[in-house]
Design a protein around this ligand. Structure first.
Ligand code: TRP
Length: 336
C-alpha cells in the first residue's frame, strides 16, 4: 500500500511584500498543513506578468522577498517544496496544451474579471491575451503536480472550479491522466486594513510582515476607528472598529473582553487602545522579524531553497508531462 500523503499546492504572485492579511488568512493555514500533506508552495512569477509586464524591475527582488516572508512565517523548506514557476518550464508546456483544449467561452466568462473591473483601483489594469489565460496557467500549476487539495481564499474558487473542468475535459478527450483537485477554503476571517476595508496592497492599507516596530506603531496610530466615537468618553462600537478587529487576533482573550467593555462604556479612548494593539502586534511579529533579518543577511540560503525546490518540482512535473504527451499522442523526440 502506498503511504503517499495527499498532495497540496498553493501559491502567490510575487507582487510585493506580504501583509497581515496574508499571514492570518493564508500562511498560518499553510504552515499548519505541512505535516499532513506533501506541500508545494508556488511563487507564480509568470502570473505576476499578466498585469505587470511593462515594469519588471522589481520582479527579482519580489521573488526573494516572498520566499523570505514565507520561511519567516513558518513554511519549512525541509518539509515542503518551494517552486519558482518560471524555473520549471513544464508549467509553460502544460499551459500551452491546456490552452488548446479550453473553450474560449470558459475564460471569457471567468467571474474574477468582473470583480477586477468592479474595483476602481484596478480599472487601469492592462489586459492582454496572456491575462485572459490566467486561470488556464493556474490550472497548469495545479494539475502538473496532480495536487489533491488547493487551499485558497474565496476569490480564487472560480479558478479552482475551472481547473476541475479543464482536467475533466482533458481526461474525457485523452484518458484519465489529470486528477481533479479540491479547493480548501481557509477558515480565517478577512483581516481589515488600517482604513477598515479588507487589507489589500491595492488599497494602500496594509501592515506588512517586514514593517519595523516604528512603522507598525505609526500605521496603527493612523487607523480608522468607530466613526461614532469622537471623544474619548463617547461609548464605542467595537464591532464596527478595525482596531478592535485586530485586537481580536492579537490580544489575549481576558484582556480582549475588558477592552470591549471599556470601549462600550466610554472608559477606554481610542489612542490608548491603539497603543496597546501596536505593542501586541509587535510582540506577535517579533519571531517573524527575527527570522526575516537572518534570511535577509543570507540571501544565498534563500536562493538555495528555491533551487532545490525547483529541482524536485521538475522531477514531478516532468513525470506528469510524459503521461500527458503520451495520452495526447504527441510525436516523441525525433531521432534515437
Ligand atoms: N492566482 C493566485 C493568486 O492570485 C496565485 C496562484 C497562481 C495560485 N497559481 C496558483 C494559487 C495555483 C493556487 C494554485 O493568489
Amino acid at each position: 500500500m502506498s503511504q503517499r500523503k495527499p498532495r497540496l499546492l498553493s501559491g502567490h504572485r510575487p507582487t510585493g511584500r506580504l501583509h497581515l492579511g496574508h499571514l492570518e488568512g493564508t500562511l498560518r493555514n499553510w504552515a499548519a498543513m505541512q505535516d499532513d500533506y506533501e506541500c508545494f508552495f508556488l511563487i507564480a512569477d509568470w502570473h505576476a506578468l499578466t498585469d505587470h509586464f511593462e515594469d519588471t524591475s522589481a520582479l527579482h527582488e519580489n521573488v526573494l522577498d516572498i520566499a523570505i516572508d514565507w520561511i519567516a512565517a513558518g513554511l519549512d523548506p525541509e518539509r515542503s517544496v518551494f517552486v519558482l514557476q518560471s524555473q520549471v518550464k513544464q508549467h509553460a508546456e502544460l499551459f500551452l496544451l491546456l490552452a488548446m483544449t479550453t473553450p474560449l467561452s470558459w475564460v471569457e466568462r471567468c467571474p474574477t474579471w468582473k470583480d477586477v473591473l468592479a474595483q476602481e483601483e484596478m480599472r487601469e489594469e492592462l489586459r492582454s491575451y496572456g491575462r485572459l489565460g490566467y486561470p488556464v496557467l493556474q490550472a497548469a500549476d495545479i494539475l502538473i503536480y496532480k495536487a489533491d487539495v488547493v487551499p485558497v481564499g474565496k476569490d480564487q474558487l472560480p479558478h479552482i472550479e475551472m481547473t476541475r473542468e479543464i482536467a475533466r475535459r482533458f481526461n474525457s478527450l485523452y484518458g484519465a491522466v489529470l486528477p481533479e483537485p479540491a479547493a480548501k477554503l481557509s477558515a480565517f476571517p478577512a483581516v481589515p486594513g488600517t482604513d477598515g476595508r479588507k487589507m489589500s496592497k491595492s488599497y494602500g492599507n496594509t501592515i506588512d510582515l517586514a514593517d519595523s516596530p516604528d512603522v507598525i506603531r505609526r500605521k496603527v496610530m493612523s487607523m480608522f476607528t468607530d466613526p461614532e466615537k469622537i471623544y474619548r468618553n463617547d461609548p464605542g462600537h467595537p464591532d464596527a472598529c478595525p482596531v478592535f478587529a485586530l485586537h481580536n487576533i492579537y490580544t489575549p482573550a481576558e484582556r480582549l473582553a475588558q477592552i470591549e467593555a471599556d470601549c462600550k462604556s466610554g472608559v477606554q479612548g481610542c489612542v490608548a487602545c491603539k497603543q496597546e494593539l501596536a505593542e501586541n502586534l509587535i510582540a506577535a511579529l517579533a519571531p517573524i522579524h527575527a527570522r526575516r533579518a537572518e534570511l535577509e543577511a543570507h540571501p544565498e540560503q534563500v536562493r538555495q531553497v528555491l533551487m532545490e525546490g525547483c529541482e524536485r518540482a521538475r522531477q514531478v512535473a516532468e513525470e506528469t508531462m510524459q503521461e500527458v504527451r503520451q495520452a495526447m499522442r504527441l510525436p516523441l523526440a525525433l531521432g534515437g
